[in-house]
Write a protein that binds this ligand. Structure first.
Ligand code: ADP
Length: 493
């Protein structure tokens, strides 16, 4: 490297850093969102915002063009090498170094290590950008395989069939956690057959790619969806109109678990840092979202009764913004344990672990695995009156906007701990089973707990307890202090 050449940030500390991420320098981040995640990033010691948020597009184009970068999609296999592309000589107006980074122009000024991008940005840019060893970015390229309602069910049905074929019908029963679902309009005729077999039950119609309860309605009679069908099917015979929007029609869970007469679902946070091997973390804290109005099957058109989305509930006439309609997962687990006993609750929560792992496995071979990518999913789980958990949907962009002080604290801790798991600072050993509020649930196989959490596992034999503590005490700050001290002494030796 010639004298006077600036050493790019990501190369500093190289050689001193056994895990090869970033050495002793600040970490440069970009963030597309203006909510809790931005507060977390801004408050994180040693992290620096890359100036000019709107520069990201330019930066990627510059990286791609000037460094002769290989588009991700054209690489052999699905895993990017993470190595800078080989140099082809001078690029742009800058000087290309042996590390493949261009200096003396705007491109290197805009380098980033961490990008909390939105999904649209990723879709537009991923296929044409090159990611360096040190870069981490939110979302896997085709996350929608799991987060679009129709695709999620398609993938689950496929893995269920495969499991039945290879391991027998009994094993297939472990997939009985998503309500019977059909895609419309493509599976309309199969749905009608199923509908006729079960007269009188309630179905729920949901647009496959929308969120926050938009476009959802319940129905009992086939006639009730005739209008919808007419409106939506029209385009098929009219070439000038757009194709009809894809919906899913799903069996409505008519016997939800009720607390105080009201229905709720549970938001569970799951972090995937790799699909191959599958490595999954489960966050202890989350919340239950209650509907504002007592549950009844008499008024199936009343969304305040049947849809638990906060976006819907906050418009209810008697909604109290101070009280909100949330319980922490700790409150919920305590309540359920007091009512049904710890073992029954443990069994129910084991069902949630099963939902998480099976759903991720259903897309494991399809998701474009890239070691630069990670995903934080928001699972929506609904308990029925038998305390059986059902998968309602999986979000790739769970809301990070806080609805109150407690919600802010939850999300602030959640996101900080997510950054602790990613460990761009390289402070940990990489062998941790718990980091703050995140517990390692799966790493190419189930993870067992080292020590039981007394609140959730009072008499448990800790050698057979899964490392899963949803709704258990989240003493994240104390745990992190001890963890970092322990990691430091391991690293010194
Ligand atoms: P969105 O992405 O629009 O939030 P969801 O699939 O999460 O759509 O559904 C919104 C809400 O509707 C859920 O939070 C839940 O309260 C209710 N819901 C959805 N599907 C069902 C179902 N099959 N049975 C009972 N309630 C459901």
């Amino acid at each position: 490297m010639s004298k006077g050449t600036k050493i790019p940030g990501y190369m500093q500390g190289k050689g001193r850093n056994p895990r090869g991420i970033i050495g002793d320098r600040e970490i440069r981040y970009k963030c597309s969102l203006q909510n809790t995640i931005l507060d977390v990033l801004r408050g994180r010691p040693g992290w620096q915002e890359v100036p000019g948020q709107n520069n990201v597009q330019q930066n990627v184009q510059a990286n791609t063009k000037q460094q002769g970068a290989i588009p991700q999609s054209s690489k052999s296999g699905q895993q990017s090498t993470g190595q800078p592309p080989s140099n082809t000589g001078k690029a742009g107006s800058g000087t290309t170094t042996t590390q493949g980074t261009t200096f003396g122009n705007k491109a290197s000024d805009g380098d980033w290590d961490f990008y909390w991008c939105d999904r649209e940005w990723l879709h537009q840019n991923y296929d044409t950008m090159f990611l360096y060893e040190h870069q981490k970015i939110l979302h896997f390229r085709n996350h929608y395989e799991l987060t679009r309602k129709n695709l999620m069910v398609k993938n689950l049905k496929r893995l269920k069939k495969q499991t039945e074929r290879e391991q027998g019908k009994a094993e297939g029963l472990s997939f009985e956690f998503f309500p019977t679902t059909y895609e419309l309009p493509s599976e309309y005729h199969i749905f009608v057959e199923e509908f006729k077999k079960n007269p009188g039950i309630i179905w729920i119609m949901k647009p496959a790619a929308r969120a926050q309860g938009r476009g959802i309605f319940l129905f009992r009679r086939l006639k009730d969806i005739t209008d919808w069908k007419k409106g939506e099917y029209q385009p098929l015979s009219d070439p000038n109109r757009d194709a009809p929007e894809t919906y899913v029609v799903q069996r409505y869970i008519e016997n939800p678990y009720l607390i105080g007469g009201r229905k709720f679902d549970v938001r569970v946070y799951v972090l995937v840092v790799s699909y191959n091997p599958l490595k999954v973390w489960l966050y202890r804290s989350g919340f239950a979202r209650f509907s504002n109005t007592r549950f009844s099957l008499d008024s199936i058109e009343d969304t305040y009764v049947h849809l638990t989305n906060v976006a819907i509930q906050k418009n209810a006439p008697d909604y109290d913004p101070d009280k909100g309609c949330k319980w922490s997962t700790q409150q919920l687990r305590k309540y359920l344990s007091a009512k049904h006993g710890v073992d029954a609750v443990r069994k129910a929560y084991k069902g949630i672990d099963n939902i998480i792992i099976k759903s991720l496995q259903s897309v494991q071979k399809i998701i474009i695995n890239d070691k630069h990518c990670f995903e934080m999913y928001g699972y929506d789980i609904l308990f029925d009156s038998d305390l059986k958990p059902w998968l309602i949907e999986i979000n790739a962009s769970p809301s990070l906007t806080a609805s109150g002080k407690e919600d802010y604290e939850l999300k602030f801790g959640l996101l900080n701990d997510l950054l602790n798991v990613l460990d761009l600072e390289n402070r940990l050993t990489g062998k941790e089973k718990r980091i703050g509020g995140w517990d390692l649930l799966w790493e190419d196989g189930p993870i067992l707990a080292d020590d039981g959490n007394m609140e959730c596992v009072p008499n448990g034999n800790t050698t057979t307890i899964p490392n899963s503590f949803l709704g258990c005490h989240n003493d994240r700050k104390r745990q992190l202090r001890e963890l970092y001290m322990a990691a430091q002494s391991v690293k010194k030796t």
